[in-house]
Design a binder for this molecule. Structure first.
Ligand code: ADP
Ligand code: GLC
Length: 484
């Protein structure tokens, strides 16, 4: 089984969110199952070549790609994913990928990712490497199925290649001017109201992917159902519903090489469920670094998040002020929308002994919060999968979540299920429900035996990629056109 895995971000090289964690971990697990895997991503200037021992690709250098009236040249670098056989190809085109962020609002944003996809196909052609599956992820690589079906049919290399599109977040759709269709080398005839390329008067990469991919997956079973409804489908529910027989949900997993409290290199103190007192040392140092007072009896609630509406900050705003009157501390790490950054900064100023906020992206701190906090809060409006709740479970930090998407599939409310509860969850997306869940958490925290049991429940569960990678392999096999 040969798989081309296309993604715009990948751990450890470049990351804005969970897509990078998945792109780093899934190919690794698939390679361990015997899949020959080549991953592709841009060489952003934020990636330091020396840090990762990238090597110039022996074949794919100085390659010109035509896009509409312009043309651009790229070089290619190679690496293998750490601790793995999976190969990674980095597309090096400074014109497009030397920017101050991975994703931009620049006028050529569409061209940047069209270029990435054309470059991927060119490399496959240069190497005459025919994948059984091209696995694309989110809008940034969602045009590949349309490209294969509509503009690369002449190339027998791809005769037996099938495509899978994984949707990690339907809220990000890649909608651009229709002019980009020419640059992508795609036929304009598919752009008409309600047609495969058109979505509210724009050329929509994700919609094209949903229409042309052979199969579609998303990152939890609940989200696979949710996105077929108007509340969660972000306008694409109709197209998805039409393809419901080809749509599946496969839960993400945890990469144990990076997110394991027993070996995590970012922690002051490693620990396991059999040695929970050591977790306290992490709490102590976390609070010290944050400038907050340590008290074993006061619970610390951690949050690590893109500061986006999706993540529930609008219902959190009115609650934070109320709940902070209780004996509790918050440690929050995030970056994103200004409105929420401003709000959090203000809260940290108003309650300096109770709330510590770090605005920015900080991998090490993310690990230390996951280990040092007592609870982890994710009041998401929607959450396709969510990784932080699984990381928290693994680190003995009790998640408090809204019951949606992957959060609904991983967190069992302790009050509703006293025997096997591993966290707390609430259903209605409202400040009142969030407030009630937080108060339940603070109350439960006082009951040492119950708390310890919940922690153990979480830490002993298996959220590794093993079972999910096997599900992807099964999906690939169902699409395989060559001899099995
Ligand atoms: P999403 O992909 O929607 O952002 P996930 O829960 O799937 O949500 O994954 C988020 C990932 O990004 C996790 O690994 C989380 O620790 C990380 N992350 C989010 N914000 C930050 C930040 N400010 N600093 C460091 N890591 C972050
Ligand atoms: C997205 C989702 C998140 C998911 C991640 C990886 O960014 O918002 O819920 O875990 O992708 O699939």
């Amino acid at each position: 089984m040969k798989v081309c895995f296309a993604s715009s971000e990948c751990v450890p090289y470049a990351k804005t969110g969970g897509l990078a964690d998945v792109s780093g971990a899934l190919p690794k697990s698939l390679a361990a199952l015997g899949v020959k895997i080549k991953s592709f991503m841009p060489l952003y200037n934020l990636i330091n070549i020396a840090d990762y021992d990238l090597k110039p690709d022996p074949i794919n250098q100085n390659i010109q790609i035509h896009m509409g009236r312009s043309s651009h040249i790229f070089n290619t670098w190679n690496a293998t994913l750490p601790d793995s056989q999976a190969q990674v190809y980095f597309i090096d085109c400074p014109d497009f990928f030397h920017r101050d962020k991975l994703y931009t609002n620049h006028p050529d944003e569409a061209e940047r990712f069209i270029f990435l996809q054309l470059a991927i196909l060119r490399i496959l052609q240069n190497e005459q490497w025919a994948p059984d599956i091209i696995h694309c992820n989110d809008w940034q690589t969602a045009l590949l199925p349309a490209m294969l079906k509509l503009s690369y049919r002449w190339d027998n290399l791809f005769e037996k290649t099938s495509t899978l599109l994984s949707i990690h977040n339907i809220g990000y759709q890649g909608r651009f001017s229709r002019d980009s269709i020419y640059g992508a080398g795609l036929p304009y005839q598919h752009y008409f109201p309600g047609g495969p390329f058109e979505f509210y008067d724009s050329f929509c990469f994700l919609k094209a992917g949903i229409v042309f991919a052979d199969k579609i997956s998303t990152v939890s079973e609940t989200y696979a159902q949710e996105i077929q409804t108007p509340e969660f489908g972000a306008g694409l529910e109709g197209v998805l519903h039409q393809r419901k027989n080809d749509l599946t949900g496969i839960l993400n997993g945890i990469d144990d090489d990076f997110w394991n409290p027993a070996t995590d290199v970012h922690l002051p103190q490693n620990y396991t469920w059999e040695n929970l007192t050591k977790k306290r040392q992490n709490k102590r140092e976390l609070l010290q670094d944050a400038g907050l007072q340590y008290d074993v009896k006061i619970p610390v609630i951690g949050m690590i998040s893109r500061l986006a509406k999706q993540k529930g900050f609008d219902i959190l705003q009115p609650v934070l002020q109320k709940v902070i009157q209780q004996p509790v501390q918050f440690i929050i790490l995030g970056t994103g929308e200004q409105e929420y950054e401003k709000f959090l900064r203000q809260m940290a100023c108003d309650y300096p002994d109770k709330i510590a906020v770090t605005i920015g992206f900080n991998e090490g701190l993310a690990h230390r919060i996951t280990a040092g906090a007592d609870m982890f809060l994710m009041p998401s409006h929607y959450e396709p999968c969510g990784l932080n709740q699984m990381y928290s479970l693994n680190y003995g930090t009790v998640p408090i979540v809204r019951q949606t998407g992957g959060l609904a599939d991983t967190i069992i409310d302790r009050d509703a299920h006293p025997k096997n509860g591993n966290g707390l969850s609430f259903t209605r997306y409202s400040s009142e429900s969030l407030h009630a869940a937080l108060l339940r958490g603070l109350k439960l925290f006082k009951n040492k035996n119950v708390w310890k049991k919940m922690i153990e429940q979480g830490m002993q569960a298996d959220f590794s990629w093993n079972s999910s990678a096997k599900k992807y392999l099964k999906l690939y096999k169902s699409l395989q056109k060559t001899e099995k």
